[in-house]
Design a protein around this ligand. Structure first.
Ligand code: SF4
Ligand code: SF4
Length: 79
């Protein structure tokens, strides 16, 4: 899978205010309710344009942009 930048939402910080959902032009974010708690979730990662508007508008610092996929470098440290 080629590398891609995607939003990662921290559920503990998300208040379910919906600002990120409203700001997302391709409409790939939505609010989900689980055990009476509403949080935002990325529904379609393939259609996300990585514009980071969701991060910009979130007043609670609940969104980070993270790099996913692509080649990773692994190494080992020996004593
Ligand atoms: S803007 Fe932030 S707090 Fe509001 S729903 Fe989106 S991630 Fe949650
Ligand atoms: S990065 Fe842009 S396209 Fe992707 S979920 Fe956030 S607002 Fe939507």
């Amino acid at each position: 899978m080629p590398a891609k930048i995607l939003p990662a939402i921290t559920p503990e910080r998300c208040t379910g205010c919906g600002r990120c959902v409203a700001a997302c032009a391709p409409h790939v974010l939505s609010l989900h309710i689980h055990k009476w708690v509403k949080t935002a979730r990325l529904d379609d990662a393939s259609a996300c344009t990585a514009c980071a508007q969701c991060l910009v508008v979130c007043p609670f610092g609940a969104v980070r942009m993270v790099r996913v996929g692509g080649k990773s470098i692994s190494y080992e440290i020996r004593a």
